[in-house]
Design a protein around this ligand. Structure first.
Ligand code: SF4
Length: 467
């Protein structure tokens, strides 16, 4: 997936930039970068953060960075910020999203023979460089960004750091959020609003879909108004957004609490305790426990001192091992108990199966599971965060393949309809595979109600395949 942060101040901005970018560490796991601008031009550092926290990699660099404006990013794939010299001037750029038509755009650029790409990573064109190539085709930054928004299939939100301030542009359909904050003598831009409170920023403006602004330390100018159609990613609230963040002014933790409460209202099971697999299920489980008036407990605790990150490493077998080592069961709280777990979602189910088995090994009497969103049936094609997950590896797709007897050309629609015969059969397959006493998913209607935006403003493609 990835995240970004930018700031323009009347004094040195490096401290805000460093911590503001760091607050996106849950969004990107492989590459981190910072760029600042001052009277001497641009200074930039990029590091591999696969096995190290962002902060520890940049602690020394920031002592060599000085400037009143800067941008930073964490990403799963590409190096950024990139410093670009063009007819528009020198600028730095970061992007978040996924360029689906990257190959076609690359071939078109090669056909014109005047373009080359220099930032290859694992033999792939750096998609941020590709976006910069599109922007450079405009007569102005505004025209270039508009061209990029029009041309890119998939999604792309971006920041440009120029000598005249920062341009911030939200994805054409607003799949990812872009939010402007303000404090005395400075403005900042973020994807995650959890970056603001401790740095003293208040939310000033939530960009609408496709909106473009240019801001300095003391002004914010909308240079392209928002478009009509919003398709913000619902999964931000369910899982990968930080609990302290708000999108479209709606806080993620409160949505998770509402999801849990809704699951409780629809349930008939009376467990001894409600629990979660830390940390992503915690907000949902607390909502469930409070609504059902059943105690919340922590039969698993996470060993955070040395395992602070949730996504790394990229290799699946090592990731499974890390996931196991992170979670420590408390047998005294599990033995003989009927436990109900809330999870954000069930993706592949492999780690979850192991976790459930460990509960039985510790003497659990019953284990019930309540995912806070419907079965994931389609892989995300609009953002990059799930690139490592193959659609056919999804627990729901595996169940469908078993039921249909083949993986190709399955008619999936009925599996997306809660309580249809195919849906019920699919959920039962998943329950059996995970070894659960019961499994009941949140419905899409209830998830949408918990978020609180109209369905047509939300991307729900993961669950219903609707674009
Ligand atoms: S497909 Fe899923 S993860 Fe991707 S943008 Fe839509 S809701 Fe978000």
């Amino acid at each position: 997936m990835g995240g970004f942060f930018g700031v323009v101040s009347k004094s040195d901005c490096v401290n805000d930039l460093f911590f503001g970018t760091d607050y996106h560490s849950h969004m990107g796991t492989r590459r981190g970068g910072l760029a600042v601008h001052n009277a001497d031009g641009f200074t930039r550092f990029i590091h591999d953060i696969t096995n190290t926290q962002f902060r520890s990699k940049f602690e020394t660099d920031i002592t060599r960075m000085h400037g009143a404006s800067g941008i930073g990013a964490l990403s799963d794939h590409e190096d950024q910020p990139l410093i670009i010299a063009s007819h528009l001037g020198v600028y730095a750029i970061v992007t978040v999203g996924k360029v689906l038509n990257a190959e076609a755009l690359t071939q078109q650029a090669f056909h014109e023979r005047s373009v080359h790409f220099a930032e290859l990573g694992a033999n792939e064109i750096n998609s941020t460089e590709l976006v910069a190539m599109l922007i450079n085709q405009g007569a102005t930054f505004l025209e270039g960004i508009r061209l990029a928004q029009k041309t890119i299939e998939g999604s792309c939100s971006l920041l440009l750091l120029t000598q005249d301030g920062i341009y911030a542009a939200r994805d054409r359909l607003g799949r990812t959020p872009v939010i402007i904050g303000e404090k005395t003598d400075a403005h900042a831009v973020t994807l995650e609003t959890c970056a603001f409170p401790n740095l003293g920023y208040e939310v000033n403006k939530i960009l609408g879909p496709g909106e473009i602004v240019r801001f300095t330390a003391d002004s914010i100018e909308t240079i392209q108004p928002p478009g009509q159609r919003l398709q913000i990613c619902s999964f931000l609230w369910v899982y990968y957004g930080y609990p302290a963040s708000s999108y479209e002014g709606i806080n993620a933790e409160q949505v998770r609490n509402r999801c849990g409460a809704c699951l409780a209202r629809c349930d008939t099971v009376k467990p001894d305790y409600v629990a979660s697999v830390p940390d992503s299920g915690t907000g949902h489980a607390l909502g469930y426990a409070n609504a059902a008036k059943i105690p919340y407990c922590r039969p698993f605790v996470k060993y955070t001192p040395t395992w602070p990150r949730s996504f790394m490493p990229q290799d699946q077998s090592v990731r499974d091992l890390v996931a196991r080592m992170k979670l420590i069961p408390i047998k005294d709280m599990i033995q003989g108990q009927c436990l109900l777990f809330c999870e954000d979602s069930i993706v592949r189910g492999t780690q979850l199966k192991d976790t459930i088995q460990r509960l039985y090994d510790c003497g659990a009497r019953e284990v019930h599971m309540r995912p806070a969103c419907p079965p994931l049936i389609y892989g995300c094609k609009f953002l990059n965060f799930s690139r490592s997950r193959s659609e056919q590896d999804l627990a729901a797709r595996k169940a469908i393949t078993e039921l249909e007897g083949h993986a190709e050309h399955c008619e999936l629609k009925e599996y997306t309809i809660a309580d249809s015969p195919k849906y019920v059969a699919m959920v039962e397959r998943i329950r059996l595979r995970l070894g659960l006493t019961s499994l009941k998913y949140q419905t899409l209607d209830d998830l949408v109600a918990a978020i609180g935006l109209p369905k047509e403003q939300l991307c729900t493609f993961c669950w219903d395949g609707v674009e």
